[in-house]
Design a protein around this ligand. Structure first.
Ligand code: ZN
Length: 387
């Protein structure tokens, strides 16, 4: 990994990065992402300290949502951050960003009202006990709001999981708990085998069962769902929308006015993504205002993308000529016009999760990049998705 160095601000250095082990327990990497490293971060810790007044720089909302799983030295590296490094993240955030609750982000997106500049929301998936032990005290000390997406069917089951007693205590101290399905379901599994109607009935029953437990145990009524493994399709986003749910994925990117509120991206911050030097670029990222995409169904029944994907960008602030799209660890060919970016894939998509990430520098906000991720989910021959 290339580290950020003290270099002149004008020169932008592309550093290749990787991605991603979103498996909840143990894990192999399943997809590859790239991050950009600008030399902006040179001498930036002092600069940033001056930039953190709670003034929005734009009249539209922009935020970054971070995703953690384990906070422990003893859990699978790909989904873990060490307690020491977690403290370093929070300290950095305190000095350089504005931590907002997930509800504030969602409200701003719904009302299209601005958020503080460099707003960041903190989330955890899966409800591990080490959050209570190693993260919660730090977050309380910092005064940071945060959200845990839990599988209510697994709370109190086994020593790795939070207990309901802990959940209730944390909830009383301001922690938000939300839905991650009852039992960490691969929501897209067996869609073809069961047929669409039976499939979505099954899946929705799982979601509403989980929601009922959370509502009852905590006396809340917040309709947020984080898709397990970040896997979703258009039928699910439509179902969520119809039922008043906000949906959260695991593809990367900032959130803004054009984000799909039933598939909001989050940046994983564990494993190799826990490196603070590379995370800084993501924390400063801007939501690429994609007003239209020619490809909108992330679940594919084949491994080829038949047509190029064209993104229409609604912004005067993007240096589109400098857009870069990455897939599977490599830069891919793009065609750019004054307001569109098109990419095509000449390699087959892998089984499971993958994504194309596109980034482009801001014209006016020096050192900041617009970021957009196009996720793909491909089932294996049995119609199922690997962990
Ligand atoms: Zn999960």
């Amino acid at each position: 990994m290339e580290k950020t160095r003290f270099a002149p601000r004008a020169a932008h250095i592309f550093a290749t990065l990787f991605t991603l082990g979103n498996k909840r327990v143990g894990g192999r990497f399943f997809s590859v992402v790239f991050a950009l490293i600008g030399s902006y971060f040179a001498n930036s810790s002092l600069v940033k300290a001056q930039e953190t007044e709670a003034q929005p720089t734009s009249n539209t909302p922009n935020a970054v949502i971070l995703l953690y799983h384990h906070v422990s030295d003893k859990t699978p590296p790909s989904t873990s951050i060490s307690p020491t490094n977690f403290v370093a993240h929070m300290q950095y955030l305190k000095e350089n960003h504005h931590i907002v609750s997930l509800q504030e982000v969602v409200k701003a997106l719904e009302d299209n009202t601005p958020l503080p500049d460099k707003a960041v929301a903190i989330t955890f998936d899966d409800g591990y006990a080490n959050i209570f032990e190693n993260a919660h005290p730090v977050l309380v000390e910092m005064g940071f709001p945060y959200t845990i997406f839990i599988n209510p069917g697994e709370i109190d089951v086994g020593p790795q999981q939070l207990t309901w007693q802990q959940v209730k205590l944390m909830h009383s101290e301001g922690v938000t708990f939300a839905n991650h399905t009852l039992d960490h379901l691969h929501m897209l599994n067996d869609e073809q085998k069961l047929g669409h109607t039976a499939w979505i009935e099954n899946v929705w029953h799982n979601v509403t069962s989980a929601q009922e437990i959370i509502n009852t145990k905590l006396d809340v009524n917040l309709h947020y769902l984080a898709y397990p493994f970040g896997e979703f399709n258009q039928a699910l986003t439509e179902k969520l929308k119809k039922n008043g749910y906000i949906g959260f994925g695991q593809h990367s990117g900032a959130v803004g006015p054009y984000s799909d509120k039933q598939a909001l991206p989050r940046y994983p911050a564990a494993g190799i993504y826990a490196n603070l030097d590379t995370l800084k670029t993501k924390l400063n990222s801007l939501a690429m205002p994609v007003s239209h995409a020619t490809h909108s169904e992330p679940r594919l029944f084949q491994r080829q993308l038949d047509d190029p994907v064209t993104l229409t960008i609604d912004s005067e602030d993007i240096r589109l000529a400098q857009v870069t799209c990455f897939f599977g660890g490599e830069k891919i060919a793009t065609k750019v016009t004054h307001n569109t970016v098109a990419f095509s894939l000449d390699k087959p998509l892998p089984i499971g999760r993958s994504r194309v990430n596109c980034t482009a520098p801001s014209l006016h906000q020096k050192g900041r990049y617009y970021w957009y991720s196009v996720p793909f989910f491909v089932a294996n021959e049995e119609g199922r998705y690997p962990d």
